[in-house]
Design a binder for this molecule. Structure first.
Ligand SMILES: [Fe+2]
Length: 286
């Protein structure tokens, strides 16, 4: 008999969006909507200065401004890797002269956006539970020696379970989010790309404890407004020294957008082989 701890979730219940600025909405549409197969949010930010691109129960927020790039990988789950490869081939001409590219690596497709963000695209699999499309993790490159302190920060400030794991590329730290999402931190000896202001949004069950931890240390970068605060510096809770920069929007479950329904299309639907009633995709396996 187990102790059923696998049923538990930590205090961070979901990673909802990744926000990276993009300089050109036409190219971003080609990449995120046509290529990756995201669905543009039809309700909010429908103008030219920002676009929200849905993938399962997560989103990209893509404000039209100079590009921001995450030093690492954004993990994606897509319904079919073959279909993804075909869509990426179809946009290659339109993205000529940019950093766009893709290659197979293990069982994944590694895709680079026109401005250098890298996506590790997986087919749905047990590791990601019943997620058939979505954003299961973001993996950040961090400085040598930083990982343990980063994991300590998420455990202490956020009540998030953490683990040290390893794969073909070595050891990495995992911060567990909700049922099947994570933030991953992998140390590197090379120089890191300077932090450029991109951010992630997370929802927490207990909001006041992380707020209190950061407030006491002067770490709140934007105070609570609309059930949300922001912070940027991840500090070692033992020494107080900053170890990594990443802006987080931290939202309580009382935020009006918690568990908002995101419209997703079935990317295999086409004019030529149209199936009535199959326009929508459900982000869970059926
Ligand atoms: Fe945001």
């Amino acid at each position: 008999m187990g102790d059923y701890s696998e049923e538990d979730v930590g205090n961070i219940v979901s990673l909802e969006h990744v926000n990276v600025q993009i300089p050109d909405q036409s190219l971003a549409t080609l990449f995120y909507v046509v290529g990756l197969g995201c669905t543009r949010d039809p309700y909010l930010n429908v103008g030219l200065n920002n676009m929200w691109a849905n993938i399962g129960e997560q989103q990209f927020h893509l404000p039209t401004r100079p590009p921001q790039v995450i030093d690492g990988y954004i993990g994606l789950v897509v319904p079919h890797l073959d279909g993804l490869a075909k869509r990426l081939e179809s946009i290659a001409d339109g993205l000529k002269g940019t950093q766009f590219g893709f290659q197979q690596e293990g069982g994944c497709l590694i895709v680079t956006c026109p401005w250098g963000n890298r996506y590790r695209c997986h087919a749905s699999q047990a590791e990601f539970g019943d997620m058939a499309a979505g954003l299961p993790y973001v993996e950040f490159a961090v400085g040598a020696g930083a990982m343990a302190a980063i994991l300590r920060f998420y455990r202490t400030a956020f009540g998030a379970p953490t683990a040290v794991e390893s794969d073909g590329q070595g050891e990495f730290g995992r911060v567990k989010i909700g049922r099947h999402q994570s933030l991953l931190f992998r140390e590197t000896e090379r120089a890191l790309r300077p932090y450029d202001g991109h951010h992630i949004a997370i929802y927490v069950a207990n909001f006041s404890a992380p707020y209190g931890f950061l407030k006491a240390r002067g770490g709140i970068s934007e105070d609570v407004r609309n059930h949300q605060f922001r912070f940027k510096d991840i500090v070692d809770p033992e020494s107080g020294s900053p170890v990594f920069a990443l802006e987080h929007e931290v939202r309580s479950l009382r935020h009006p957008m918690y568990n908002r329904f995101f419209v997703n299309r079935d990317v295999s639907q086409s004019q030529r082989s149209y199936r009535r009633g199959w326009d929508a995709h459900t982000p869970y396996l059926r």
